[in-house]
Design a protein around this ligand. Sequence first.
Ligand code: NAI
Ligand code: 15L
Length: 266
Amino acid sequence: MLKRLLITGAAGGLGRALTPHLRGIAETLRLADIAPIPDALPEDEIVQCDLGDAAAVDAMVAGCDGILHLGGVSVETPFAPILQANILGLYNLYEAARAHGQPRIIFASSNHTVGFYDQTDRLSADCTFRPDSLYGVSKIFGEALARMYFEKFGQESALVRIGSCTPEPENHRMLGSWFSQGDFLSLIGTVFAAPGLGCTIIWGASANDAGWWDNSHLDWLGWQAQDNAEDFRAKIEATVPRPPADAPIMKYQGGVFTQFPIYKDG
Ligand code: NAI
Ligand code: 15L
């Protein structure tokens, strides 16, 4: 069991959904976010900090032997907040980890690193990046940074390219991209329990019949997704109007992110 698991982005959608189920894998949870964290328990440690603040990130990481890094900008925005949270923030996090015993890190990367692939493409973990947004580019930076800290210092990371982590798939695209919260939780448990991890790319997706991503390189890890978006197909067909086949949400793995402009401040 971990002694102290740091969960960044604990006030966000995934942080709030996953945290209650992670109490069993660590003696203490340290919950961090720039925003107030609504559902913390009295025994949780709370840290309010901006990932762009190096000293605050160093203090946030000190004393932790595992990190679930969910914090950061999670959508397409102007470059400034992405730079602060996802680029400077990642550097600050890995530098803090280097200074404090190299706790294993699960980095919430994204399908938007490869969003310009077609939904007819099938991808292995070593595919060429095809980012669909500045947000996707920032996740590629995070993956590259993690790799460099592994090569230079042996820092272990799981780079989880999350598809769409929602309680249920919500539209036709998510029949391919869905990652159930249960499958994410079992992955987190497996990653922190594994004897060795290295720096491993993992497609964060359930065992979807209509899925696009191949995790067969992970046989050694002993994790297999259990859920399947196909179980929700009838519900989606009945409740969500089917977009035209050439609509971005039906054509591209990254869906509508492929259509976003470069947003400017102001
Ligand atoms: P979210 O936007 O709900 O949560 C992100 C949290 O990060 C927020 O609570 C926000 O306050 C915090 N944050 C933002 N900027 C910060 C800063 N400068 N310093 C400290 N904290 C900051 O996102 P969600 O859906 O919970 O996703 C969690 C992570 O997983 C994100 O990194 C996202 O990119 C990634 N991801 C999520 C997917 C999903 O389906 N939910 C899919 C792919 C990736
Ligand atoms: C992501 O990376 C986003 O953080 C999330 O909000 C969703 O848009 C998800 O990808 C998705 O592609 O469904």
